[in-house]
Design a protein around this ligand. Structure first.
Ligand SMILES: Nc1nc2c(ncn2[C@@H]2O[C@H](COP(=O)(O)OP(=O)(O)OP(=O)(O)O)[C@@H](O)[C@H]2O)c(=O)[nH]1
Ligand SMILES: [Mg+2]
Length: 293
């Protein structure tokens, strides 16, 4: 019944399916046959850099092109950004009555705000439902920005004309995740300087196969959005069918790793209770380990 309504495109059936996935139910195998593929765009960057405002503008632009859009906001239930969900609801509120738009907030994984296995299942469900584009917003603190690059077809790193942000991007491992840089809040002074610094740093790195463009936007004023979408389209063309296939394999590899880590985490917790037996010489650590499987 639920799956039937899902296949008929009832958004309430999608919402219900997601709730079931979040409560730990397995992914309905029946949906695997739907074979829909969405364009998956990850949007990450420092807290308050304007990701949600930008997402709202991207939705608007894609809707004007007739595309359907889903948004997954990975809620960092971390001390960095209290109240993010409420803020997101307000910033994207104008789309809530549009049936071509679906917005969902999901909890992050672990203290570092990484992307959870459940989020990946929800992503798959949303994809199966048939949205053209899926935007995933994660706050670029800790693990989530690295995770998002393993999941998305395209990763957008949002910077602002603010010294701290640029420095943050230049830290090893962060720069590399960006397929496209956005310098948002370009209505404020300093955006051109950040763009120049990005270019200089990227050029220093030698010839890259794909030189990530830096697009200036003002999400607040709705400026630079078509340019951003053009840059994403360019990246898609650069990837081509084989590049996209590699990204999808990456996502599956990541998902498998998350499943294994969660499993290991549970096993570790169980086994810890038995460590006193090992300490007192009742059994060996090896036999405890073997009993886990
Ligand atoms: N001046 C200026 N302010 C902006 C721009 N875009 C967003 N803002 C403001 O920046 C603040 C944060 O915007 P959000 O869109 O919530 O930023 P965010 O990155 O989603 O924030 P978190 O999800 O909490 O990390 C809000 O007050 C926005 O109005 C912009 O282009 N220019
Ligand atoms: Mg936000």
């Amino acid at each position: 019944m639920l799956m039937q309504r899902f296949k008929e495109g009832d958004p309430r059936a999608l919402a219900r399916t997601i709730t079931l996935l979040e409560s730990g139910q397995d992914f309905p195998e029946e949906l695997l046959s739907l074979h829909h593929t969405a364009q998956v765009i990850g949007i990450t960057g420092s807290p308050g850099s304007g990701k949600s405002t930008l997402t709202d503008q991207i939705i608007q632009e894609l809707r004007s092109q007739g595309k359907t859009v889903a948004v997954i906001a990975v809620d960092p239930s971390s001390p960095f950004t209290g109240g993010a969900i409420l803020g997101d609801r307000i910033r994207m509120a104008r789309h809530t009555l549009d049936s071509g738009v679906f917005i969902r907030s999901l909890a992050s994984r672990g203290a570092l705000g990484g992307v959870s296995g459940k989020t990946l299942q929800v992503l798959r469900a949303i994809e199966a439902f048939g949205f053209d584009v899926i935007l995933i917003e994660t706050v670029g603190v800790g693990q989530s920005e690295v995770d998002i690059a393993s999941i998305a077809d395209h990763t957008v790193l949002v910077l602002t004309p603010n010294q701290g942000d640029a420095v943050q991007a230049f830290k090893a491992g962060v720069m590399e995740i960006a397929d496209v840089f956005v310098v948002n809040k370009s209505d404020l002074p300093g955006a051109d300087r950040v763009v120049r610094e990005l270019h200089a740093t990227l050029t220093l790195g030698g010839m890259l196969e794909w030189m990530p463009p830096a697009v200036k936007t003002s999400a607040q004023k709705g400026q630079g959005i078509p340019e951003l979408l053009k840059a994403l389209q360019d990246h898609r063309e650069h990837l081509g069918a084989e590049g996209l296939r590699q990204r999808r394999l990456n996502r599956l590899r990541f998902e498998l790793r998350v499943l294994l880590e969660d499993w290991a985490h549970d096993k570790l917790r169980d086994a810890e209770n038995l460590l006193p037996e090992v300490l007192s010489g009742k059994r060996s650590l090896q036999s405890l380990f073997d009993s886990l499987f």
